[in-house]
Design a protein around this ligand. Structure first.
Ligand code: FES
Length: 245
């Protein structure tokens, strides 16, 4: 049975209503949401970044490093590059003191980001080793669904962010071609440099973003280096974000 540990006085939550504390050797972030205080593990499930200073809105917190978003109530990953949830903890307020459970709430099953999944339950499963969704053969749900058009596919790819530049791969100009045949998508994409260490991660996340869309059975991501990427391929939005005028 979980126990509660006193972590702070209610008055210690700063003006933004948040405070990072240690509970049983784990970093936990308290966030005030209306009359309620929520507690989540203060570590991004993508690459370990503290979430302490991440923007909070509409019940979710955004990782300040690569932009993953997590539901503060359930811990669920809502947006890539994170695909796994963060732990949540029960909170009690007694006599002006904040108490947090020493045990995390029951972990959620590993789930692809809800923001790009488009379908809550499906016949797709997730392989624990890679986090990639696997479409069962003969998936009747996909067969009966209408796949998105090209702009819908590009919107899904915008969920994938280059972890070095923190710009989505579409605005960065990494996507050379997207084509749809039936329920299968083929993507030609490039990298900002052939030695980009984030290449495998970007390709994996692109595949996952597309295969979670309704009506998409599989996505084939092909890496092409000709023509080579150049900054000319970036959109004005990407240039603005990088401060290039
Ligand atoms: S460390 Fe949080 S999104 Fe990468």
């Amino acid at each position: 049975m979980s126990q509660f540990e006193r972590v702070a006085a209610l008055s210690e939550l700063d003006a933004e209503g948040r405070l990072s504390v240690v509970v049983d050797d784990r970093m936990v972030l308290l966030v005030r949401q209306g009359d309620e205080i929520l507690a989540v593990e203060d570590v991004c499930s993508h690459d370990g970044q503290p979430l302490t200073d991440g923007p909070v809105s509409e019940g979710a917190i955004v990782c300040p490093r690569h932009g993953a978003k997590f539901d503060l109530r359930t811990g669920r990953a809502l947006c890539m590059p994170a695909t796994e949830p963060i732990a949540t903890f029960a909170v009690k307020v007694e006599n002006g003191e904040v108490l947090v459970s020493t045990e995390p709430a029951a972990p959620l099953p590993v789930a692809a980001p809800a923001a790009i999944s488009g379908k809550a339950e499906s016949c797709c499963s997730t392989t624990p080793a890679t986090g990639l969704p696997v479409m069962d053969s003969g998936c009747s749900e996909t067969e009966g669904e209408t796949p998105p058009d090209e702009s819908g596919l590009l919107e899904a790819l915008k969920q994938v962010v280059d972890p070095e530049l923190m710009i989505n791969i579409v605005d960065l100009g990494l996507i050379y071609n997207v084509s749809l045949e039936g329920h299968k998508v083929d993507v030609d994409m490039t990298l900002t440099s052939p030695a980009c260490p984030a290449g495998p991660q970007i390709m994996q996340q692109s595949k996952m973003a597309l295969e979670k869309l309704p009506g998409i059975a599989s996505a084939n991501i092909k890496l092409v280096m000709t023509p080579p990427w150049s900054p000319d391929r970036m959109t004005d939005d990407a240039r603005d974000q990088l401060g290039i005028f």
